[in-house]
Design a binder for this molecule. Structure first.
Ligand code: AMP
Ligand code: ZN
Ligand code: FE
Ligand code: FE
Length: 271
């Protein structure tokens, strides 16, 4: 059943099967239509692989899209997720940055699998082909019977700071922002509440971020960060961080970007 929201809603943070989501990009666009969205951006981790092919399906269904991507970066030894929007997809610098992030993730995943094996928890996970994230590792640990639940995998073994977690060679937040902007895009600080540290967020905003994600997932509006973003005249975005069946409690469209901001991004993308 298709429903349409009276006001324009664009969910500009979600993941397809080209990173760690469960739906193929075409399926994701069809799902966006089904839940009544008018705008969408797929922000796969480290890859722009759903673009430009997905635009065809979006056009058929009347869903407006902008390019998107999410990078896990490092600033002062902390992991910072950076969203990139409206960049030129074919830009060589951004494609090369994607390749570096993919290599970093593969190297890190291989180290995590080694650490798990050393502790008697071998798993088989194809690290080539489609990029993998920690959620895939957690799922494999459950399937192999090494842990009882997905959450236990993080809490005991692969969460940040846990015994089988390790970083790869990180790419800096600063450089990632610069490359997104060089490709004509805007760089947005993702889900700031996850950093659990307002002063660190303020420190990050000294970098050249264009925007901050202040409507996030099932949490909806993040009032504390919305206030900061407004004061600093940042672009204020929103999105669900939908991953399909990988995170079944997070529905597509549960947070969104209002029309005016989406138009701004889309005009930039089209120009
Ligand atoms: P990766 O980008 O491969 O490091 O994986 C990051 C993803 O792992 C996040 O987007 C979460 O979905 C998941 N994750 C990280 N830490 C936790 C945690 N403590 N509990 C549950 N999920 C987590
Ligand atoms: Zn993800
Ligand atoms: Fe993220
Ligand atoms: Fe995400």
């Amino acid at each position: 059943m298709t429903k349409t929201h009276p006001e324009f809603r664009a969910d500009i943070h979600c993941h397809s099967s080209f990173s760690d989501g469960s739906m193929h990009p075409d399926e994701l666009v069809a799902h966006a239509k089904e839940v009544g969205l008018q705008g969408l951006s797929i922000t796969d981790h480290d890859t722009t692989a759903s673009y430009p092919a997905v635009f065809k399906k979006a056009e058929e269904l009347g869903i407006e899209m902008i390019s998107g991507v999410e990078f896990s970066t490092m600033h002062n030894k902390k992991t910072v997720h950076v969203l990139g929007y409206a960049y030129r997809i074919e830009n060589e610098e951004i494609q090369s940055l994607c390749r570096r992030h993919v290599d970093r993730r593969k190297e890190r995943n291989r180290k995590i699998l080694d650490l798990l094996e050393k502790r008697g928890m071998p798993i088989h996970l194809d690290l080539e082909g489609q990029p993998k994230g920690r959620p895939h590792i957690a799922q494999s640990l459950v399937e192999a019977g090494h842990v009882a639940t997905f959450q236990e995998a993080f809490d005991r073994w692969i969460g940040n700071g846990k015994p089988c977690y390790t970083e790869g060679t990180p790419v800096s937040t600063q450089e990632t922002i610069q490359v997104i902007q060089n490709a004509g895009g805007v760089a947005v600080l993702a889900h700031p509440q996850q950093l659990k540290n307002k002063s660190f967020v303020l420190e990050l905003l000294q970098l050249n971020f264009d925007g901050m994600e202040c409507h996030y997932g099932v949490l909806g509006t993040l009032p504390e960060y919305l206030k900061i973003a407004e004061e600093k005249h940042l672009i204020i975005t929103g999105g669900s961080d939908f991953h399909g069946s990988v995170k079944p409690k997070i529905p597509l469209g549960c947070s969104w970007t209002p029309e005016e901001t989406f138009r701004l991004l889309r005009n930039r993308f089209l120009s």
